[in-house]
Write a new protein. Structure first.
Length: 420
């Protein structure tokens, strides 16, 4: 049986990714060598009705074990002889090693216990809008339209949801308004990229600036003049799944969440199914790779692209609602989205434009942000401000291509003009 030929592009991705994972493993190894104490990890927070035990995690043995796991993952990724599935499994194992190692290191570096249940709850909370943004980016870019306007879609939708709830007192109406706001912004992106052939990056920047200016103007003209009428926006409460919410440890984490978090969990396989198991999804991927070839077989290229971009805008709108009615309450200022749209875009790139891998990257970003919040009071050797920078550093790493020169859909960002 002949050996599979590896393209130079895939070889560069494999080597750069393997080197990056190996370097992280070396860092964990150094952390393990210098860690001499054990750490306490709390399985429940101080306000939980049922208090689960707090256990000791031996710092050095666990960190060294995680370092070995990550280093082995890096070597496996570097190996050109392993099949692709084995390398993906090695990467997943290395990711688990990094998360476990970071948790145990934080616990061993502080006299306070590490709040594991709180960390996982915050991870889901922070990941929810990111995953919706990731799905929006995947749908748009799989159709060949670069979408850096996710931040603007988030911001507009968050504002629309807050305003609509203030007017109606209905969460459902607020979600509909947010979805329509995201859909509208997706329509603007589709209109200018597909009909007027404006550069995708330029119109994305314009949409982000437009969202900032529009929400800021209405905020000053409307909300600032009557805070009492427009800022009474309580966030959605947690919804418990009967029979499952009482399960030890996992019940309060997985089965007692806000409605949008449940919706996020269902949205990921839904988008995967649309893209990879339906005729429409096949057409989306076709117009994103070879639009002229798709046009020759009768596919309405511009229509399919517009549908995918606008569906992505709708999902981004739902994600934007999380910043107000979903989790944060009333709209306060234009920094409410805090760059999450750009982090979502980085997750799309790191996830190779695949909905499942990109969602996993979004959860990783959510974990790092939650980690900064969970360790803020633990007096770690590393300042909490630096830990809060981690998602943005990872974004720079992704955009700079240091995780490998990933190949987007072939026609991503290219204009399509129907041949006459």
């Amino acid at each position: 049986m002949s050996a599979q030929v590896e393209s130079p592009e895939r070889r560069a991705i494999r080597i750069s990714s393997g080197v990056l994972v190996t370097l992280i493993g070396v860092l964990l190894l150094g952390m393990g060598i210098t860690t001499k104490t054990s750490g306490k990890i709390a399985l429940s927070d101080a306000f939980a009705d049922v208090q689960l035990p707090t256990f000791d995690a031996p710092g050095q043995p666990v960190l060294l074990g995680c370092a070995v796991l990550v280093l082995a993952g890096g070597v496996a990724i570097l190996s050109g002889r392993l099949p692709k599935g084995a390398r993906i499994a090695a990467g997943f194992a290395a990711g688990v090693g990094v998360l476990v190692g970071a948790t145990v290191w934080a616990a061993a570096s502080s006299s306070l216990p590490f709040p594991l249940s709180g960390q996982l709850n915050l991870t889901i909370a922070y990941s929810t809008p990111l995953v919706f943004g990731v799905l929006a980016g995947v749908l748009s870019e799989r159709a060949g339209v670069v979408n850096i306007a996710i931040e603007g879609q988030f911001l507009t939708a968050a504002f629309a949801a807050s305003i609509m709830f203030s007017m109606t007192g209905s969460y459902l109406a607020a979600l509909v308004a947010a979805a329509l706001a995201g859909l509208l912004m997706g329509g603007v992106l589709a209109l200018f990229t597909l009909k007027y052939l404006v550069d995708h990056v330029i119109i994305g920047v314009v949409i982000n600036v437009l969202a900032t200016g529009l929400t800021g103007f209405i905020f000053q003209q409307l909300i600032s003049r009557d805070h009492a009428a427009w800022t009474n926006v309580p966030a959605m409460v947690d919804v418990a799944i009967p029979g499952l919410e009482s399960l030890p440890f996992v019940g309060p984490i997985l089965f007692t969440q806000r409605p949008l978090s449940y919706l996020m969990i269902f949205a990921v396989p839904f988008v995967w199914f649309l893209l990879y198991r339906t005729k429409w999804g096949l057409r989306v991927r076709a117009v994103g790779e070879h639009p002229h070839a798709a046009d020759t077989v009768g596919i309405r290229v511009v229509s399919i692209k517009a549908q995918s971009v606008m569906l992505g805008g709708l999902l981004a709108g739902i994600g934007g609602a999380y910043f107000t009615v979903g989790f944060g309450g009333a709209f306060q200022d234009n920094n409410i989205t805090a760059g999450n749209g750009f982090i979502a875009l980085a997750a799309v790139i790191m996830g190779r434009w695949h909905p499942l891998l990109a969602a996993a990257m979004a959860v990783f970003f959510g974990f790092t942000r939650a980690f900064a919040q969970s360790t803020k009071l633990m007096s770690l050797p590393i300042p909490s401000d630096f830990i809060q920078m981690l998602p943005y550093i990872a974004t720079i790493v992704a955009v700079a291509g240091l995780v490998g020169r990933v190949r987007p859909p072939a026609a991503d960002g290219a204009h399509f003009e129907k041949a006459h």
